[in-house]
Design a protein around this ligand. Structure first.
Ligand code: MG
Length: 171
């Protein structure tokens, strides 16, 4: 059984994942308004994945016999000056989430909570991917996003992203 402190920290992470989902929905809305449907698609999928992350922790807390407590989700920013600013903030947000997952892992290691260490390993790997993806989009925008033709190309590319539902748990 995880400690009360650990359960509290996991609950806080559920809030952060839902909050991430809401931030990406706001980004999706900003792009939809600009008719950049590929970017909009990319951020919708990002938002859906964040909700999956929240549920992954939600299910884990329940599995431990802990209590899931949902906290308020802050209102996300809705106005951006340009595409690069949105993508930069998406990357910065992933870096913030990585730091949060890392401190959860530190806590689990310190508490010798091996089950939670094992559970969090998935999130450590996932965050590496999240940062890599956000960095890739930012690179595209920096390289090509200066004119409408380049932006159109990136938009086409991001429009190809498909949502993959989380794999059915073997547990
Ligand atoms: Mg996440």
């Amino acid at each position: 059984m995880a400690s009360e402190k650990m359960l509290q920290a996991l609950n806080e992470q559920i809030q952060k994942e839902f909050s991430s989902s809401y931030i990406y929905m706001a980004m999706e809305a900003w792009f939809a308004e600009k008719n950049l449907d590929g970017f909009s698609n990319y951020f919708r999928i990002q938002a859906m994945e964040e909700k999956d992350h929240a549920y992954k922790i939600f299910d884990y807390v329940n599995k431990l016999g802990g209590k899931v407590t949902l906290e308020a989700i802050p209102k996300p920013k809705s106005d951006y000056s340009n595409v690069e600013e949105v993508v930069e903030e998406a990357l910065a947000h992933e870096e913030f989430i990585t730091a949060s997952i890392n401190s959860l892992m530190d806590m689990a290691v310190n508490e010798k909570d091996h089950a939670t260490v094992s559970f969090l390993n998935w999130f450590i790997d996932e965050q590496m991917e999240e940062e890599e993806n956000a960095q890739k989009v930012l690179n595209y925008v920096k390289m090509l996003g200066g004119d409408s033709r380049g932006l159109f190309m990136i938009d086409m590319e991001l429009g190809k992203r498909k949502y993959t539902p989380p794999a059915a748990s073997a547990e």
